[in-house]
Design a protein. Structure first.
Length: 127
């Protein structure tokens, strides 16, 4: 079984299409429409290996979400997606995939982010 990705994007159409493409590429995808929704899923016991989040969202931005997730679940890998080249430039040291992206670009970033990690985001060893 492939890795599990928590994908957060407030654009429903883009979120559904991307989730479908990532599923076709062998990933399990959990969808969330907002940062609050993502946190609720994680607090409710959802398990994922990577957070894939839109950078600019209402109420809780992708940066705010990533900071909260990293504080509570330190092993989480994070990738940001954004159409804003200005915002992407501010994310030094972070993995950013610019919209519009291809499934190949996204999968390459995911593969690189997950690397040879043998732990899930919750710190449990993957089997």
């Amino acid at each position: 079984m492939g890795s599990t990705i928590l994908f957060v994007d407030d654009d429903e159409d883009l979120r559904q299409i991307t989730a479908m493409l990532l599923s076709s590429a062998g990933y399990e995808v959990i969808e969330a429409e907002s940062g609050a929704d993502a946190l609720n899923l994680l607090e409710g016991g959802a398990s994922a290996d990577l957070l894939l989040t839109d950078l600019i969202m209402p109420q809780i931005s992708g940066m705010q979400l990533a900071a909260e997730v990293r504080q509570r679940w330190p092993f989480f890998k994070v990738i940001f997606v954004t159409a804003s080249y200005e915002a992407a430039a501010l994310l030094s040291g972070e993995t950013v995939v610019k919209k519009p992206y291809t499934v190949e670009e996204l999968c390459a970033a995911i593969t690189q982010a997950l690397g040879n990690s043998n732990r899930s985001a919750s710190g449990r060893k993957l089997q």
